[in-house]
Design a protein around this ligand. Sequence first.
Ligand code: URA
Ligand code: SF4
Length: 338
Amino acid sequence: MSASDRDDDPRTELGRLAGALEGHVRRTRARGARRTPAPKRRSAPPAATKEPASAPSAPAAAPQPDRRAAAAPAAPRVDAGNGRGPADPRTNADRLASPAAARAPHASVPAPAAPAAAPRAPTPAAAGAKDSAHAARVAAVRARAAACSTLEELRAAVAACTACDLCKTRTQTVFMDGRGTRRILFVGEAPGAEEDRTGVPFVGRAGQLLTDIITKGMGLARDEVWIANVVKCRPPENRDPTPVEKELCTPFLDRQVELMDPALLIPLGRHAAMHVLGLEATMGAMRGQVHTRGGRPIVPTFHPAYLLRSPGEKKECWKDIQKAMELLGLPAPRKAGI
Ligand code: URA
Ligand code: SF4
């Protein structure tokens, strides 16, 4: 891992929040206060790492409707319990849910649990979206993505994209990996150094752990799933992508999801989960339950880079993975193997 790996970056917002929270708890304890709230569990931001990679696989697997039909009934959900209402229905998640998914036979997947989070609050980028120039650029990207009728066309459109400044510093775009024959899509945040070098998502240290989750944990070959990111170009210095960059790039992910029509999505880490679910929330509030958007189950779990730093959370991740496999009617190994 390089010094610039995203998961080691101390300047992340969550790092600062966690520090502030710890300081607050310490100060409150010192004052002997008895009403200190229990700190909420939070995820760490995604990270990119650098290690050798395999060549990208050809995308676009043939659909396997039998898998869907075989989806097993979901187990009871865990309500993260903040008591807030469901997300704004006009969210990114609705754009992610294709009409085909809405028609898909997910009757065995129960109605979504009330998301334990507030609808996404307006961000500076959302405010910026009102700016007509920005809105026009987002609309242009969306139109370019919509014009693509295959994943290969979309891959080419992404490779040619210069919509945001990340195009100036990238080595290449990072579109996706896997043939997705199991119709499972993992979504990370953005490529890191090694992904930028190879053009393949999740090939660094965090990527190796994701590969272990898929192969040793789920008992699948890595190319049986799809792996993609919210943002397709590496943010320099491994910083988080800005809201503007995310707004400009997410039409590509949304179209990717439409074209793949996955049976189930597993967003990795808070940033991907917030985009896929269209929520502004902590990871603790989003994971531990099955969300459904447009008939498509969504099982958020921790980012592998966070699991590298907090291996004690692997058992929670494993619960999420077992739940996802159960929803798809896949045999879930009892032992995690990660
Ligand atoms: N982290 C991510 O979120 N995506 C990658 O592709 C690599 C690391
Ligand atoms: Fe285009 Fe996305 Fe790359 Fe920005 S990050 S240049 S929007 S592909």
